[in-house]
Design a protein around this ligand. Structure first.
Ligand code: F6R
Length: 361
């Protein structure tokens, strides 16, 4: 049932390219422009505000969407974890739509958030994987992730599929709002190519070697900026939940406001540093960290010799459009956490204290 793999989690990570293929199919026209017919009746062109609600990994996918949507759509995206969102005042109007993201479709706090929005008179788009789940039944419409079943408790391929669906939704809204442009056209082309690109990322042997080297550290500091702040947060969450190593994540610019005090040779920095518009800023954060004698493991774009020079170790990912780095970074942070957990002798499929569906509040 694990198809020759040691755990479901690693099997599911390797299913990502195929899962992405299924998330893309039927959602683009012959020119590579998104068509989400099921949303046409919601007149999303009028939307000026998006409320985004989710928990855990799904929340991190939402954060990526916030950066993407705000960049292209000229709207505000307010995002919160469901366990906070539902207890705050909920303001909805005709120009607001809510997006609820949940792999299982059963997360109690996310479900209650959906109910609260509906009660306040708002409309909800669900993004879910499990067909027939409660959140999909109570929302106005559902975009399915089409990732296939995920048995490992820690989300892996479904995180990537959430991202794919969210990028597609963002681009669909751009078309509706009449702000489709060349940049989005190249994002969309590259998104179509993602199954192939991800297959290539999954061949990287360096990640496991790095896991072997780093498996005995007790702490990690994950840093990133912009759209990859979410990558850093998701990387830290994965490591905590399956390998029980303490990992904290910060937007890199926050380091000097406190957390940099933690750094020393026993506290490595895991830096997400793709070749994007915030590259120079990340580079100086790496140098600051290095000056505190922290060991630096960077994930950078192939061909970047400068990052290799200033880091102790580098994992390379292929160059993609700068908005799409969260997709190629995802298998890297997942495999790193997986291999560390496995090498430490833990079962990544069944992390202690955790359940696949969190149906309690
Ligand atoms: C982490 C993980 C959890 C879930 C969270 C929400 O690997 O899987 O953080 O993402 O419990 O679950 P869903 O998406 O089912 O609402």
């Amino acid at each position: 049932e694990k198809g020759g793999f040691k755990h479901f989690m690693i099997k599911e990570i390797y299913e990502t390219p195929e899962a992405v293929e299924s998330a893309l199919v039927g959602r683009f026209d012959e020119h590579g422009r998104p068509t989400l017919y099921e949303l046409d009746e919601f007149n999303l062109e009028r939307i000026k505000r998006i409320l985004l609600v989710a928990c855990g990994t799904s929340y991190h996918a939402g954060l990526v969407f916030k950066y993407f949507a705000e960049k292209y759509l000229d709207i505000d995206v307010l995002i919160d974890v469901a366990s906070e969102f539902r207890y705050r005042p909920i303001r909805v109007d005709d120009e607001t739509i809510t997006i609820a993201i949940s792999q299982s479709g059963e997360t109690a706090d996310t479900l209650e958030s959906v109910r609260a929005v509906k009660k306040a008179g708002g409309k909800v788009i669900a993004i879910a994987n499990v067909v027939g789940s409660t959140i999909t039944r109570e929302s106005d419409v559902t975009l399915f992730m089409n990732a296939g079943p995920e048995i490992g408790v820690a989300a892996s391929k479904t995180y990537v599929n959430q991202l794919v669906v969210l990028y597609t939704l963002g681009m669909y809204m751009a078309r509706k709002k009449g702000v489709w442009n060349e940049q989005l056209s190249s994002v969309s082309k590259e998104l179509m190519n993602m199954p192939k690109i991800l297959k290539y990322v999954l061949q990287n042997q360096e990640i496991e070697r790095m896991a072997e080297y780093y498996k005995n550290y007790h702490h990690f500091m994950y840093i990133g900026r912009g759209i990859n702040t979410a990558t850093a947060m998701e990387g830290a969450l994965k490591l905590k939940e399956i390998s029980y190593i303490n990992a904290v994540a910060y937007p890199a610019g926050e380091l000097k406001h406190g957390p940099i005090a933690l750094l020393d040779p026993t506290f490595p920095v895991f830096a997400i540093v793709p070749n994007d518009s915030l590259y120079e800023k990340m580079r100086s954060n790496i140098e600051e960290s290095r000056a505190r004698n922290a060991r630096i493991l960077s994930v950078a774009t192939e061909g970047d010799e400068e990052i290799k020079r200033i880091s102790h170790d580098v994992i390379y990912v292929p160059k993609v459009h700068e908005d799409l780095y969260p997709l190629v970074m995802a298998p890297v942070i997942q495999l790193f956490a997986y291999h560390i957990a496995d090498k430490r002798g833990y079962d990544p499929d069944k992390p202690r204290n955790l359940a696949k569906s969190v149906t309690v509040e």
